[in-house]
Design a protein around this ligand. Structure first.
Ligand code: BGC
Length: 384
């Protein structure tokens, strides 16, 4: 599919309706291109979600195929260090689908469930609210029809198990819906999953991610029941060629490293060969190398446009929005990473949108739990 920076949002939108989007890890990510929403700043402040403000994702632990496989085993330190740093909540990504039976009633492994209980209890003992999300259910996004009942079966168990928990435990139905779980299928799935959760949790806050890796371009395709305790979640990795530079799980055209934030760079970056062969990447890098700071696609303008879309959705739908992931990969230089985190965090706070940075100990590393400390420049950018 031919995508360019100026058309990609629209192309992705159309492609999704046809059920043919590209995975973020295997190709093009929707750009900041405007897919139809006006560039406006929210007029009515977005109402708070409980008292959520600042969060760190405890990623690469319980969302790995098995805990430890991606180098992170959650310990008490994760929670105490998050609290001490000034975070008020954590997001707990969990790959329930890897720890449950394949046949009804899709029983979740008792030891794994107990491990999730432990993590929630740890957070609570530190006074941290928790967003519990179903993460990396890849079989579902590959084949939604075949996996719908299993997804609902998982949520029935999760919802019933935690029904008596305080309201500071929040459920997020599915991290980053993508691929074949297109907006039409996703809306139908959300409706059934919300009903499943509501049977045991009538008022708990439920977050729902927009299609295409929780992209702001797709917030407006969410069709949700009339329920004030539903919150729309989006993720923010733009400019993606900066935040995901050289990420091993991305396609080769993301391989150009040395991209700084904000652009333009003092010396033009040289695109790797695969980047030169990809129209939208080549164009983006050209613009990044040459455009002024105010117009640069690798600068604050791009971030503002993302938030404009989130704010516009909040205004038009009357629904609260939440930023569930943002971050910049370890491959980027430290100053640029800190600049980026600060710019996103400030834009989010300016709009009363609570945020959750990705992540603690993985490839977007912030936390050094073994040392009970943080990558200082990054922590400063988030919580000065
Ligand atoms: C994924 C991580 C990934 C991050 C940035 C998250 O949603 O779970 O594996 O590192 O996005 O791409």
């Amino acid at each position: 599919m031919n995508r360019s920076l100026t058309t990609i949002g629209v192309v992705a939108f159309t492609a999704a309706l046809l059920g043919a989007c590209q995975p973020r890890r295997a190709g093009v990510h929707p750009s900041t291109a405007n897919a139809g929403t006006a560039s406006v700043t929210s007029a009515t402040p977005i109402a708070p979600i409980l008292s959520l403000k600042r969060c760190v994702n405890l990623g690469n632990g319980l969302d790995a195929p098995s805990e430890g496989e991606w180098g992170v085993i959650l310990g008490e330190n994760h929670f105490s260090t998050a609290k001490a740093a000034g975070f008020d909540h954590v997001r707990l990504p969990v790959r329930f689908s890897a720890h449950a039976e394949q046949t009804p009633p899709y029983t979740i492994d008792a030891a794994f469930f107990a491990r999730v209980d432990w993590a929630i209890a740890q957070a609570q003992s530190q006074g941290l609210s928790v967003i519990l999300d179903v993460h990396h259910f890849n079989e579902l996004t590959d084949d939604p029809d075949a996996q719908t009942e299993r997804f609902l079966g998982l949520w029935k168990q999760i919802a019933e198990r935690y029904a008596s928990q305080p309201e500071t435990l929040i459920f997020e139905l599915l991290n980053e819906p993508c691929k074949n779980l297109n907006p039409v299928k996703l809306n139908a799935l959300h409706k059934r999953a919300i009903a499943t959760v509501r049977a045991s949790n009538p008022t708990r806050i439920i977050m729902v991610d927009s299609y295409f890796w929780a992209n702001t371009n797709y917030l407006r395709t969410l069709e949700l029941p009339n329920d004030p305790n539903l919150v729309a979640q989006f993720h923010m990795y733009q400019p993606i060629l900066f935040t995901h530079q050289g990420a091993p799980w991305m396609d080769p055209e993301y391989g150009t490293v040395g991209i700084v934030f904000p652009g333009p760079p003092s010396k033009p970056v040289q695109p790797v060969e695969a980047a030169q062969n990809s129209g939208w990447v080549r164009d983006w890098l050209k613009s990044y190398n040459t455009a002024t700071a105010a117009q640069n696609p690798g600068g604050p303008k791009t971030i503002r446009e993302e938030f404009d879309r989130a704010s516009a959705y909040a205004q038009s739908s009357g629904r609260r929005v939440y930023l569930g992931e943002f971050g910049a990969i370890n491959n980027a230089d430290m100053t640029s990473r800190a600049n980026y985190l600060k710019a996103v965090r400030e834009e989010s706070e300016r709009r009363n949108i609570a945020w959750c940075v990705w992540d603690d100990g993985g490839g977007f590393q912030l936390l050094k739990p073994q040392e009970k400390g943080w990558v200082n420049e990054l922590k400063q950018a988030l919580i000065p």
